[in-house]
Design a protein around this ligand. Sequence first.
Ligand code: HEM
Length: 440
Amino acid sequence: MVAQPTDLHDADTQDAAAAAACPVDHTAFTGAGTGDSAHHGYEPFDMTDPFPAYERLRTEEPVMYDERIGYWVVTRWADVRAVFDDWETFSSENAQAPVRERGAEATRIMKEGGFTAYSGLSARIPPDHTRIRAIAQRAFTPRRFKALEPTIRENTRTALQRMLESPDRQGDVLHDIAFDIPTITILTLLGVDPAMVPTYKRWSDSRGAMTWGDLSDEQQVPHAHNLVEYWQECQRLVVEAHQRGGDSLIADLVEAQGAGAEITDHEIASLCYSLLFAGHETTTTLIANSIRVLLSHREAWEAIVADPSRIPSAIDEVLRYSGSIVAWRRKALRDAEIGGVKIPEGAGILLVMGSANRDEEVFAHPEVFDIARTDARNHMSFGYGIHYCLGNMLAKLQDRIVLEETAAAVPSLRLTGEPIAFGENLSFRAPTSVPVTWEA
Ligand code: HEM
């Protein structure tokens, strides 16, 4: 008897369940198992259910050149880890480069708008990366995060209450809870008025689409305007911190600069540009995914309702099983080898952490969601090595608070069963809604 997920619309599991139940040989269409399919069923931008293709890649061609995107796709845990670890050979300088070339009109708009933003940290390389990260890290104090905890809890309770007022007991975890909470948190941290949430969400959507999306030249145009506005706002925030100081991460960086830290205003504005994106998009997805995956494995949801001390390990398992970022980029600075495959100097590499996190060489029964797993923390959803995510504790803190509050307030929460879609993207695997209902 094959264990069935409780919700067949959970895209993380539906294919496994469907494959177990369906008499049709799907491998006939994908070429899976034969090794003759061009890409083993891998579709770089399709985030609906990439896991069966990842599994085939790990088995059949763990280091595969994909000419459609111009990247070497790396899918085994050990290879992904080795590339992350060797920053001298594999640089992160392409991590934020547009996947699709920027069109002429978008380029003109951005140039005329004075858009000169550069990655705050993730695409910087040593020695600049080392210098800026050390300064930024000092501003990321546990004291700052701790101070935010009551506000995060309060915001969660307000959002939950509003959702639970729905007369027909219909909600959407993504829009009703997961959208606002991390955005308010990062805006508060950076000293921005939380009333700006919708504006920052609009700018962030543009940032995600322009860098990791598959947009035509024409589709890029409105996003180019948004990025110009977004960058102008980051620069204004730095000027304001110089003039007024205040209790924010930007003010801390400006103060550090005044005290002799080697960081320019442009670098501080670039950090804002990065944090105002990295600081919420992925956490929104983590919160939405946590509730989605736990509800679709009812026994896990009931376990955290009965014993909230299990929430931290449940979060690690969600990050392993359904991470917010499933792929991240690197560039070979010299001729190299990955998993025995020769990689030429200058080649782009796509590290598929979403696949590494399900590598059967590392995780027993990797396709099973199990919050009792003791090695879930070996996931690579926050990257690894010198660029390891600076905000991982803040992301987990917020997710823990949301899960604690939600499990306590509405233990009867469940998915409605409507299919859940995921936006097209090379790196970010984010549901577009998580419809839920609950008992009266
Ligand atoms: C679930 C939530 C999050 C996920 C999945 C995530 C994932 C990642 C990943 C994959 C990287 C690249 C690591 C590498 O190249 O090795 C990264 C870097 C980074 N993240 Fe996060 N992140 C999350 C939340 C946050 C938050 C809340 C913040 C800030 C408040 C943040 C700030 C950063 C920064 C600044 C870097 C660049 C670090 C460096 O290059 O030195 N992240 N994150």
